[in-house]
Design a protein around this ligand. Structure first.
Ligand code: AMP
Length: 132
């Protein structure tokens, strides 16, 4: 199996998983733009949103549940949803994923989304999201 995200679904590669249901997984992005940057993916291999009519709708409940989690656990004030489709759009992993990028008040709106924060401690963020 060569697809990186299929290998995460199979448990062959570790990920900081924050949500799972029958059709989707959510895990922290290994290189976050902002605190709590999370990827939601379908369990089944789908290349992108454009190539599969059903996939985005299938993972919509997982996107909503993960967004609620990020707001509830991290105190996010908003979330950018982003899906890169095709290399020209910046897609690097060719297994459909939706980026959930938590945003916090007064940090510059949409224009500042792609200006990554530095010094994000993934373990600390994971603990805060995963606490029971
Ligand atoms: P994209 O450019 O939309 O294809 O984004 C791919 C994303 O996957 C990037 O934000 C990467 O940081 C992220 N990524 C790559 N490998 C991993 C991994 N092993 N675990 C979590 N996120 C990853």
């Amino acid at each position: 199996m060569t697809c990186l995200f299929c290998r995460i679904v199979a448990g062959e590669i570790p990920a900081k998983q924050v949500y799972a249901d029958d059709v989707a997984l959510a895990f922290l992005d290994i290189n976050p733009w902002h605190r709590g940057h999370t990827l939601v993916i379908p369990r089944r291999h789908v290349t992108d949103v454009v190539s599969d009519q059903a996939a985005l709708a299938e993972i919509a409940p997982a996107i909503q549940a993960t967004a609620e989690l990020l707001i509830g656990r991290l105190g996010a004030d908003g979330i950018n949803l982003l899906s890169n489709n095709g290399a020209a759009a910046g897609q690097e992993v060719f297994h459909l994923h939706v980026h959930l990028i938590p945003r916090f008040a007064a940090t510059g709106g949409f224009a500042a989304m792609a200006a990554p924060d530095s010094d994000i401690d993934l373990d600390e963020v994971y603990q805060q999201i995963s606490r029971s």
